[in-house]
Write a protein that binds this ligand. Sequence first.
Ligand SMILES: CC(C)(COP(=O)(O)OP(=O)(O)OC[C@H]1O[C@@H](n2cnc3c(N)ncnc32)[C@H](O)[C@@H]1OP(=O)(O)O)[C@@H](O)C(=O)NCCC(=O)NCCS
Length: 214
Amino acid sequence: MLSYPLLDVRVTTPRLELRAATDQLLDQLAELVRAGRTEADPPPYDDPMSFYETDPDLRVAKWLRAIWRRRGTVEPDLWRLNFVVVVDGRPVGEQSLIGVHFAALGTVTTFSWLSADERGRGLGREMREAILHLAFDGLGAKEAGSDAFVDNQGSNAVSRRLGYQPNGYDWGTRRGEPAQLNRWRLTRAAWQPRRREDIELHNVEACHALLPLT
Ligand SMILES: CC(C)(COP(=O)(O)OP(=O)(O)OC[C@H]1O[C@@H](n2cnc3c(N)ncnc32)[C@H](O)[C@@H]1OP(=O)(O)O)[C@@H](O)C(=O)NCCC(=O)NCCS
């Protein structure tokens, strides 16, 4: 067992695995970050975002620092679990679950990216379903939110397809330019009938022991 059990949490589906982002896995995933496989057009990430850094080594360094900061922030109103998406033993992307006022409200949001070579084959939807299973089934979340720039067709399509309802608009900047975001939300009641029976949670008790969930 690892000395920090949150790094032992896993979610498995028939197509992929979400493995807690250990430094060893991040080291493997860093090759994709260094190679710029995180990019998309139009730009999908809101500022500040390490992936917009043009120098590859600095990009990896900024990305890792952001992950380490988030790993060390565990408060009743903010915590984040970072996972590496693994397909057939290959790290192909990142999926995070963020508890925002979870102890008081049971609300989460999610963030993800897939290597450009792996998009458009249903993996994005599968990894969102996996992380929602952890949130609702494993942690007892009440509501999941998701934001995406209005021209991010992939992310908006995943939210729509999984039963999220439109929850208004917001504004953010990307590469310093203002752009509109769609806000989405999925309630526990709307997720329940879509709950999948073929997704498995491993070592989820670490979350109950180490996250301030109540
Ligand atoms: C967002 C992302 C994770 C989605 O993963 P994906 O594997 O490409 O998506 P999927 O193949 O599971 O597709 C899910 C749905 O999106 C649609 N879709 C995906 N990419 C699309 C595109 N470029 N244009 C139109 N529709 C698209 C699919 O048709 C599918 O719709 P359906 O369920 O109604 O058939 C991935 O595209 C990605 O990494 N994008 C860059 C990073 C990013 O945008 N992250 C989110 C920041 S908020």
